[in-house]
Design a protein around this ligand. Structure first.
Ligand SMILES: [Cu+2]
Length: 447
């Protein structure tokens, strides 16, 4: 039955969005052979990223040239040219990328790192684009790289090219990628009834969207980590084997645990060093919980890079007359190696929610990123029944739910309207750009 719904939903998506063939990708428009630089400015210049600087403080490139970006730091960084849509991918330590400056008019620009707080911490420099180079971009290999914003620049896109790019991004949905995050992990039940969940933290290759494979920091190799579920009163153990190159710890966000199991290094426990194993023990609270588990050690890097999962206890009460047909988790992230994503995937690799007309869907939004995300569903109301796992005495309807970092909202959607409905973060720069949709976008398919 469920498979039938999914299959018919996929068919519907294919029918509505069509199949991604027969377009010319705008991404390829900027490719070409390298041209000579103008006198006084090279066609390629290099900038180095570190904590927290972009050096040199001022760099000159001929118009139509290329900026080579080297991350010499230990954290994830990128480079964006302020006031334009020219943005390099997020780069891990030691990674490099070439940013084609195609379409960028001569002038003086500011380079910044877009990781929250990094520009203010000092990651700013000046880019001077000089006139006179041939205007043909160097072939950088970055054109068409998913996650690359606007290589080629909107200045070079005709309306027809923009339409084609949008069509391409939509027709690719739902795109196949390696790996699915957030799968429920069956506990091992010990002799005394304790539910024991075994987690291993390690760095794995994770495909965020087709072709964009990053070094993700994971629990059991997926982003999000496996979903853990217990019933009120259960004895719970979470065993963590740390195979990361640095220390970590797990905080159970939104669950009531003994202080010793709170998972904050140097407040309630020593760091779990690389190679060590640590066991958390607690009794699941008597009331339902919509919790998360995540690192609380170097969290600004470890959590956005993937060290987060969902921890559910029991079931929330729902209004009289409602039968929940499916429970969905939507974990939001916006930075680090993973970037703008739903459940560890960026559109078009996000998974649609597929429902039969008349069903009720329960959705838990959980924000493990560093920004707030107003999650907007087209076509049907979202009935908010719980905030941070606490049932609301008076549920309310909304079409946009603003989910701040650390927050969880649980909503019910009555799938009354047939069709494919866009479902996305309404901070538009998290969802859509000149070359189509990306990031925090999925769809509700009602068949
Ligand atoms: Cu957002």
């Amino acid at each position: 039955m469920l498979m039938a719904v999914i299959v018919s939903g996929m068919a519907l998506i294919a029918g509505i969005f069509g199949v991604g063939l027969g377009y010319r990708a705008i991404d390829e428009a900027g490719s070409g052979s390298a041209s000579g630089g103008a006198a006084g400015a090279a066609s390629t210049a290099t900038v180095h990223l570190s904590e927290f600087a972009i050096s040199p403080a001022s760099v000159q490139v001929a118009s139509g040239g290329t900026l080579a970006v080297h991350n010499d730091g230990v954290a994830t960084h990128n480079v964006a040219i302020e006031g334009t849509d020219l943005i390099s991918p997020m780069l891990g330590a030691g990674q490099t990328a070439n940013l084609a400056l195609t379409g960028l008019a001569p002038g003086t620009y500011t380079l910044i790192c877009q990781v929250a707080g990094h520009a203010d911490a000092g990651m700013r420099s000046t880019l001077v684009v000089t006139a006179g180079a041939g205007g043909t971009a160097a072939a950088t290999g970055m054109e068409g790289m998913p996650g690359m914003t606007g290589t080629g620049g909107t200045a070079r896109m005709t309306p027809a090219e923009m339409d084609a790019a949008m069509e391409k991004s939509i027709k690719a949905f739902p795109a196949k990628t390696q790996g699915v995050g957030g799968q429920e992990l069956a506990p091992k039940v010990l002799a005394d009834g304790t539910k024991q969940f075994e987690l291993t933290s390690s760095i794995v290759k994770w495909e965020v969207e087709p072709g964009r494979v990053v070094d993700a920091w994971t629990y059991n190799g997926t982003v999000p980590g496996p979903t853990l579920r217990a019933e009120p009163g259960d004895k719970v153990q979470v065993v963590l084997h740390n195979q990361l190159p640095e220390s970590t710890a797990i905080h159970f966000h939104g669950l009531t645990t003994p202080n010793a199991a709170d998972g904050v290094t140097y407040i309630t426990q020593p760091p779990i060093k690389s190679g060590e194993t640590y066991t958390y023990s607690f009794v699941a609270q008597s009331t339902p919980a919509v919790g998360m588990y995540h690192s609380h050690h170097n969290a600004v890097t470890q959590v956005p890079d993937g060290l987060a999962g969902t921890f559910l206890i029991g079931h929330l009460p729902v209004p009289a007359g409602v039968t929940v047909a499916q429970e969905q988790i939507m974990m939001l992230n916006d930075s680090g190696a993973i970037g703008f994503s739903l459940n560890g995937k960026s559109f078009p690799a996000t998974a649609p929610v597929v429902a039969k007309k008349g069903e009720w869907i329960q959705v838990h939004y959980l924000n493990e990123g560093v920004m707030a995300h107003p999650m907007h569903l087209h076509g049907m109301a979202q009935t908010v029944i719980a905030k941070d796992g606490f049932p609301l005495p008076q549920p309310y309807d909304a079409d946009t739910i603003n989910v701040a970092p650390g927050e969880r909202y649980t909503v019910l959607v009555h799938a009354t309207e047939v069709g494919t409905w866009a479902w996305h973060c309404h901070i538009l720069s998290h969802a859509e750009r000149a070359d189509g949709m990306f990031g925090m976008v999925t769809a509700l398919v009602v068949a």
